[in-house]
Design a protein around this ligand. Structure first.
Ligand code: UD2
Length: 306
């Protein structure tokens, strides 16, 4: 089997690449290295890296040639950046996705698996989030991700390309970059805990998230690529549990055996209060079973950085 991973030099894409290679796939990676890094592919010596952009329609079609499955992870992933630069994120996140789907249709790719996001749910306070809820995104990023998902659904109906959309919740794990202002909170907290730098919680720390370890997310991707009869579907990918930031810090303090007293700052504008996935659809239809919980995943992350 031949797989193309767009954004394959990034945090999530490189983990998918590693797993596919282990399972005997031939792996091609398309990445413009804007946030992806060559060193993320060090554990993937068999992967072919093509440096280029999903906005380049011709190139996307070229790299898709001969691939059985495409994992479309390439995106500008920051919600706040999309708020500041909606036209740029539109080009990458919507036009880029359309280019991938166009290539899949033209090159007769069997299936496309899409990295969607919990951001599609927006402000609706109802918990847990179910795929049957009406999406109500409140950021350009959320609009772009649900648009991508709608395009996938249309492709599954129109052109014989099988498509599956995975709505990621708060993914964490090794290789997630802690250095950007938009980095995931776990990557920031772990980086600061290990380097002895102060930790800041925005707000009172009682906001909660459904944190999901990268290994579970890779597993969901493999299942989305290989399970028959699920074309056109969308699935939440979380753990089905939520943890407050205050609880998260307590667990981290225990694991690292350090006191981690946070300082509290003004809450971040646009932050949602709570997030929690209902993962019963993914469990039933894909056999998804997130085996690695928060504590085990944190331990694996801390050990990988030590
Ligand atoms: C996540 C996703 C985003 C989108 C969204 C959907 C990440 C990195 N982002 O955004 O792409 O899918 O979910 O709802 O997974 N915080 C602190 N201190 C810090 C950094 C963050 O207190 O140093 C707080 C932050 O204010 C927020 C929480 O931690 O309340 C989680 O922040 P995040 O940026 O990790 O993820 P989130 O849920 O905003």
């Amino acid at each position: 089997m031949h797989a193309l991973i767009t954004g394959g030099a990034g945090f999530i894409g490189s983990h998918i690449a590693e797993r596919l290679l282990r399972e005997g796939y031939k792996v091609k990676v398309l990445d413009n290295l804007s946030t992806g890094k060559r060193e993320n592919l060090v554990p993937c010596p068999g992967a072919e890296l093509v440096v280029g952009d999903v906005r380049d329609d011709k190139l996307v079609r070229e790299v898709a040639r001969g691939c059985d499955v495409i994992f479309h992870e390439a995106a500008v992933v920051s919600v706040p950046f999309s708020v500041e630069h909606p036209q740029e994120t539109h080009d990458v996140n919507i036009q880029g996705t359309l280019n991938v789907l166009h290539a899949a249709r033209a090159e007769k790719t069997k299936r496309v698996v899409f990295a969607c996001s919990a951001a599609v749910y927006g402000e609706d306070p109802e918990l847990p989030k179910k795929e049957s809820m009406a999406p109500l995104p409140v950021s350009p990023y959320g609009v772009e991700k649900i648009t991508g998902e709608y395009y996938l659904h249309a492709w599954s109906q129109l052109y014989g390309v099988e498509t599956v959309s995975l709505r990621y919740f708060n993914v964490f794990g090794p290789r997630q970059d802690p250095k950007s202002a938009y980095s995931g909170v776990i990557s920031i907290f772990v980086d600061r805990a290990l380097s002895g730098k102060p930790i800041t919680i925005f707000g009172d720390g009682e906001q909660s998230r459904d944190f999901v370890f990268i290994g579970n997310v890779v597993d969901a991707n493999i299942r989305a690529a290989t399970t028959p009869g699920v074309s056109g579907r969308a699935y939440n990918v979380g753990c089905g549990t939520r943890t407050t930031l205050n609880e998260l810090l307590q667990v981290l303090a225990r694991i690292t055996n350090r006191p981690l007293p946070p300082s509290y700052a003004e809450g971040r504008v646009g932050d949602i209060r709570h997030s929690l996935a209902d993962i019963s659809r993914a469990r039933t239809e894909l056999g998804y079973d997130p085996k690695v919980g928060l504590e085990e995943g944190l331990l694996a992350l801390v050990n990988s950085l030590r």
